[in-house]
Write a protein that binds this ligand. Structure first.
Ligand code: FAD
Ligand code: NA7
Length: 541
C-alpha cells in the first residue's frame, strides 16, 4: 500500500473560479493563513475555463460581472462591450490571480475525490486523484453550480465516427468552420452556440426539445467616456447592486403589468427589446412578470409575436415558439431566431420527431432520416447546484455522506453551511441567491472568511450548523419560490432537468439585498444558527 503524501493546511479551498480565487485571496493575503486551492481543471477561471464554446458570453453586464472588493482592481480594469465575452472573463480572472500573487498556491489538475471529517482531530482529510492528500482545519468548497455536465445517453453513440463534445468541456482547438454540426439543446448555451456557429458551419442542425423565450442581448461597444463613467460610478453601482434583487446593475421595475394601458405596456416591452438583455426584459419592464401568471403571459405574448415576425418559414417559426410560461432563466441572444432564416440551418423538434439512435454517420430520428454530422454538440446543461457534491465522497460527522444528508434534496443555511459537516463552508451551495453571481459570491466569501477568522480564534476551533436553522432556511426558500412562476416549468433551477433527480427548491429567490440583511443579522446576533462548542467526545476516545 502506497500512502499519499500529506499536506497539512489551515484551509483547503476546492475550486478556482470566482469563488475559490477570492477565498484564497482573503484567507492568504488578509489573514495570513496557510491555504491552498485545488481544481481539477488545467487552468484557473472555473466556468470560463471550461466553457470555451463559440459565442460564450456573460449575460450579466460587464460592469457588474466582476469583483467589487478592490476599487483599484475595478478602475484599472477595462471592458470593451456592454456584455463580456467568455475569453475576456477568463483573462480577467487570470489577471486577478496574478495581481494577488495566488498562482503558486493553486494546484491544478487536482480533483478532490473524497473528503472526510475527523471529529477527534477536528480536521478534514481530502484525498485527490493526484496522489496528494490535504489535511485542513477548514474546508471551503466552490465547486460551481453549473459545472457538473449533463450528457444524455443516445443509443449507438459509440459508433459515431465524428466528434462528440459537451459545451461545458469545450476543446479549445475545435473549429466548426465548414463542418456539419448538430446541436442538442437550446438553453442559454445552445442559443449562444447556434447563433455563433450558423454563419460559419457548413450545415447546422438544432435538435430542440422545448423552445424558449429569448430577447436580443443588445451588446454594443463601450466608449472610452462610458468606461470612465463606469469607473467613476463605482460606489453608486455597487451600492445599488448589493441592495437589489437580481444584482444585475439595472433598476428593477416597480410597475405592475396591468397598472398601465395596453399601449404603454407595448411601449415598455418594445423599449426593453430594443435596449436588450434577458434579465432586463424580465425584471426591468414590470415587477410582476416572475410572480403573476397573467403578467407573465403578456411578456410571453410579446416575445412570441417577435419570433413570428423574425422567422420567415412558418413551420420553423411554429417549432421555435414556446407555448408554456416565460419562467426559466431568461435568455438573450445576438440573432438566434434570425439564424433559422439561413439556408444552412435547420431545426428538428425532438418531441415530435425523437432521436432514436446514432450511426457511424450521424443521428437517426424517428421519421427515419439520418442526419449526417461531423460534430455533435451536447448543449444539454448541468446537474446544477449539488451535482459536484454528489460526485465526491464527502463525509461529515459520523461518516455520513452528503448524498445521504441530502436524500430529500440538497439543503443548507444561506447556501454556505450544512449541518453535520463542521468547519465546511460552501460557496453557492444549495439555496443561495439567484442573481448575477459575482456579488453574491463576494457576500458569501466575506461571511465565510470572517467566520473562519473568528472560529479559528476560539478554544475549540470548530463550528457546526444547527439542524433547525437548515430546516427553517429550506422552508423560507420553498415559500419564496412558491410565490414565483419559476417552479411552474421544468428547468435546472429546480433540478428538473436531470432524469431521476429529485425536484426541489435549489435557490433563494428573495434577492441579494434581502439575503445580505439576513447574513448581517446572523453575524450581529453572534451566530445563533451555529454551534461553536466542541461536541462530547465519543466514548473511549
Ligand atoms: P465555477 O466557476 O463553476 O468553478 C468551480 C470549479 O470547481 C471548477 O473549475 C471545477 O473544475 C472545480 N471543481 C468542481 N468539483 C471539483 C472537485 N471535486 N475537485 C476539484 N475541483 C473541482 N453567472 C452570472 O452571474 N452571469 C452570467 O452571465 C453567467 N453566465 C454563465 C454562462 C455559462 C456557460 C455558465 C456555465 C455559467 C454562467 N454563469 C453566469 C454562472 C457562473 O458559473 C458563475 O457566474 C461563476 O463563474 C461561478 O463561479 P464559482 O467559482 O462559484 O464556480
Ligand atoms: P440548460 O438551460 O439546462 O439547457 C439544456 C438544453 O438541453 C435544453 O434545451 C434542454 O431541453 C436540452 N436537453 C437536455 N437534455 C436533453 C435530452 N435528453 N434530449 C434533448 N434535449 C435535451 O443548460 P445551458 O447550458 O443552456 O444553460 C445552463 C445555465 O448555464 C444557463 O442558465 C447559464 O446561466 C449558464 P429542455 O428545455 O429540458 O426540454
Amino acid at each position: 500500500l502506497i500512502h499519499d503524501q500529506i499536506r497539512d493546511l489551515d484551509v483547503l479551498v476546492v475550486g478556482a473560479g470566482f469563488g475559490g480565487i477570492y477565498t484564497l485571496h482573503k484567507l492568504r493575503n488578509e489573514q495570513g493563513l496557510d491555504v491552498v486551492a485545488i481544481d481539477k481543471a488545467g487552468g484557473v477561471g472555473g466556468t470560463w475555463y471550461w466553457n470555451k464554446y463559440p459565442g460564450a458570453l456573460s449575460d450579466s453586464q460587464s460592469f457588474v460581472y466582476q469583483y467589487s472588493f478592490d476599487r483599484d482592481l475595478y478602475t484599472n480594469n477595462t471592458w470593451t462591450h456592454r456584455f463580456i465575452k467568455g475569453p475576456e472573463v477568463l483573462a480577467y480572472l487570470n489577471k486577478v490571480v496574478d495581481r494577488f500573487g495566488l498562482r503558486e498556491h493553486i494546484h491544478l489538475e487536482t480533483g478532490m475525490t473524497e473528503a472526510v471529517w475527523d471529529e477527534l482531530s477536528g480536521t478534514w482529510t481530502v484525498r485527490t486523484d493526484r496522489g496528494i492528500t490535504y489535511r485542513a482545519r477548514f474546508l471551503v468548497t466552490g465547486l460551481g453550480i453549473l459545472s457538473a455536465t449533463n450528457t444524455p445517453e443516445i443509443h449507438g453513440i459509440e459508433h459515431f465516427e465524428g466528434r462528440v463534445v459537451h459545451s461545458g468541456a469545450w476543446p479549445e482547438e475545435l473549429d466548426l468552420t465548414g463542418k456539419r454540426v448538430g446541436v442538442i439543446g437550446n438553453g442559454s448555451t445552445g442559443n449562444q452556440i447556434i447563433t455563433a456557429t450558423a454563419p460559419i458551419a457548413g450545415h447546422l442542425i438544432s435538435f430542440q426539445r422545448s423552445p424558449q423565450y429569448s430577447v436580443p442581448v443588445g451588446n454594443r461597444e463601450v466608449s472610452p467616456e462610458q468606461l470612465r463613467a463606469d469607473h467613476d460610478n463605482f460606489d453608486a453601482t455597487w451600492e445599488q447592486v448589493r441592495n437589489s434583487s437580481v444584482a444585475m446593475g439595472f433598476e428593477e421595475s416597480t410597475i405592475e403589468t396591468f397598472s398601465v394601458s395596453a399601449e404603454e405596456r407595448e411601449r415598455i416591452f418594445q423599449e426593453a427589446w430594443d435596449k436588450g438583455g434577458g434579465f432586463q426584459f424580465m425584471f426591468g419592464t414590470f415587477c410582476d412578470i416572475a410572480t403573476d401568471e397573467a403578467a407573465n403571459e403578456e411578456a410571453a405574448k410579446f416575445i412570441r409575436r417577435k419570433i413570428g415576425e423574425i422567422v420567415q418559414d412558418p413551420e420553423t417559426a411554429r417549432k421555435l415558439t414556446p407555448t408554456d410560461m416565460y419562467a426559466r432563466r431568461p435568455l438573450c441572444d445576438s440573432g438566434f431566431y434570425e439564424a433559422f432564416n439561413r439556408p444552412n440551418v435547420s431545426l428538428v423538434n425532438v418531441k415530435e420527431n425523437p432521436i432514436v439512435r446514432m450511426t457511424r454517420k450521424g443521428i437517426v430520428t424517428e421519421d427515419g432520416t439520418e442526419h449526417e454530422l461531423d460534430v455533435l454538440v451536447f448543449a444539454t446543461g448541468f446537474d446544477a447546484v449539488d451535482g459536484n457534491y454528489m460526485r465526491v465522497d464527502l463525509k461529515g460527522r459520523d461518516g455520513k455522506l452528503i448524498s445521504q444528508h441530502w436524500n430529500d434534496g440538497p439543503t443548507s443555511y444561506l447556501g454556505v453551511a450544512t449541518s453535520g459537516f463542521p468547519n465546511m463552508f460552501m460557496i453557492l451551495g444549495p439555496n443561495g441567491p439567484f442573481t448575477n453571481l459575482p456579488p453574491t459570491i463576494e457576500a458569501q466569501v466575506e461571511f465565510i472568511t470572517d467566520t473562519i477568522r473568528k472560529v479559528a480564534a476560539t478554544e475549540t476551533g470548530r463550528i457546526d450548523l444547527r439542524p433547525e436553522a437548515e430546516a427553517d432556511w429550506t422552508e423560507t426558500c420553498r415559500e419564496v419560490a412558491a410565490a414565483t412562476v419559476f417552479g411552474k416549468v421544468d428547468s435546472w433551477i429546480f433540478g428538473a432537468n436531470i432524469p431521476g433527480k429529485k425536484r426541489s427548491v435549489l435557490f433563494y429567490l428573495g434577492g441579494l439585498g434581502e439575503y445580505r440583511k439576513i447574513v448581517a443579522a446572523e453575524v450581529a446576533a453572534g451566530y445563533p444558527s451555529f454551534v461553536t462548542k466542541s461536541p462530547p467526545l465519543p466514548l473511549g476516545a
